[in-house]
Design a protein around this ligand. Structure first.
Ligand SMILES: C[S@@+](CC[C@H](N)C(=O)[O-])C[C@H]1O[C@@H](n2cnc3c(N)ncnc32)[C@H](O)[C@@H]1O
Length: 278
C-alpha cells in the first residue's frame, strides 16, 4: 500500500519524500560515523530498499565465483545507479582493472563521480538521459541506444535490478549491446523476474510479487508506470534475449520474489542469471 503510494509520486517528489523519511537516521549515522566511507546516506539511495552493502558485496562474491572475475578484469555496469555495484569493486580491482558504468539518473552518476571516480580514476561513470517512466519524465529512446563502448571491450558485465525496470523492446536492444561490448567468453550477472512453471506456481500459492498484466511474453505489475516492475517469460528470455544475442546461461540463482520467503539476509530477491558470450 505504502509502496504503491510512494511509486505513484513523480520521480522528483519521491526523491524528497525519501530524503525526509531517512533524515533522522542519516543525521545520526553521519554523526556517529556509522557508514562505510563510500556508502551514500539512505535518503539518497533511490535504487531500492535492500541493504546497500549486503547486496553490493554479494555481487562481487558471485562475480568471482561464477564469472572468472579477477582484480585486473574490465567490467561494464549497466544502470550503475548510486554506486552499489561499484563500491566493493574499488577494494577488489587493481590499477589494471577497469570499471565503466552509465545511468539515466544524473544525481546518482554525479554522486559516483564525486565520491568514487575522484579517488579511483579507473572507475568511470556516464550520465545518459534515456527515457524510463519509473525514473524520469523525459529522455531519449533506449530501444535504439548504442552503449558508448567499442565492440569486445569487457571481460564482465553486471546489470543488477535494471531489466526488471525496462520493457521488452528496450531489453532486446540492451542484450544485443551487452553481447557486442563483451569479449568472447566474457561473463556476467543479469537479474530478472522470470515467469516459468515454478514462479507461476509460487505466485498462485504465496504472498510474493504479483504481475497482474499478462502481455504474452512479458508481464507488468503496473500498466500506468510500465517500468515499475517487468517480468519476462522463460522461453522469450532463452530464445530472444539470450540465444539470438549470442549469449548463454551458465548458472542461475532463483530469487524469492515469487514466494516472498526470505531465509537469509543474503538471499536474492530477483532471479540472478549468470551469462556467457559464446
Ligand atoms: C533499481 S535501480 C538499480 C541500480 C544499480 N544497478 C544497483 O543495483 O544499485 C535501477 C537503475 O536502472 C537505471 N535505469 C533505468 N532505465 C535505464 C536505461 N534505459 N539505461 C540505463 N539505466 C537505466 C535507473 O536509473 C536506476 O539507477
Amino acid at each position: 500500500m505504502l509502496r504503491s503510494l510512494f511509486y505513484s509520486l513523480p520521480p522528483s517528489l519521491r526523491y524528497w519524500a525519501r530524503r525526509l523519511y531517512y533524515f533522522p537516521v542519516d543525521t545520526y549515522d553521519g554523526i556517529m560515523g556509522n557508514r562505510h566511507p563510500l556508502q551514500p546516506p539512505k535518503g539518497i539511495i533511490y535504487t531500492g530498499s535492500g541493504d546497500y552493502l549486503v547486496e553490493s558485496y554479494k555481487r562481487l562474491e558471485q562475480l568471482r565465483e561464477h564469472c572468472d572475475f579477477k582484480s585486473n578484469s574490465s567490467i561494464v555496469d549497466v544502470g550503475s545507479g548510486i554506486g552499489r555495484i561499484a563500491v566493493p569493486l574499488t577494494e577488489y580491482l587493481d590499477s589494471k582493472g577497469k570499471y565503466e558504468g552509465f545511468d539515466v539518473v544524473k544525481m546518482g552518476v554525479d554522486w559516483c563521480k564525486k565520491n568514487i571516480s575522484s579517488k579511483y580514476p579507473n572507475f568511470n561513470f556516464q550520465y545518459i538521459p534515456l527515457m524510463n517512466d519509473l525514473y524520469r519524465s523525459d529522455g531519449e529512446d533506449p530501444t535504439t541506444f548504442r552503449f558508448p563502448y567499442d565492440d569486445n571491450t569487457f571481460d564482465s558485465c553486471v546489470i543488477n535490478s535494471v531489466f526488471t525496470h525496462m520493457v521488452p523492446e528496450e531489453v532486446d536492444n540492451y542484450m544485443g549491446e551487452v553481447s557486442r561490448v563483451l569479449k568472447k567468453g566474457g561473463k556476467g550477472i543479469i537479474t530478472f523476474f522470470i515467469i516459468n512453471e515454478v514462479s507461476e506456481s509460487n505466485m498462485s500459492k504465496h504472498d510474493g510479487f504479483k504481475f497482474k498484466h499478462d502481455l504474452g511474453h512479458y508481464r507488468l505489475m503496473d500498466e500506468k508506470v510500465k517500468s515499475a516492475n517487468v517480468a519476462y517469460n522463460e522461453d522469450y528470455l532463452q530464445e530472444t534475449l539470450l540465444r539470438k544475442k549470442g549469449l548463454k546461461e551458465i548458472h542461475r540463482i532463483h530469487g524469492f520474489w515469487s514466494h516472498g520467503i526470505r531465509k537469509d539476509k543474503k538471499d536474492d530477491f530477483q532471479d540472478v542469471l549468470f551469462v556467457e558470450k559464446i
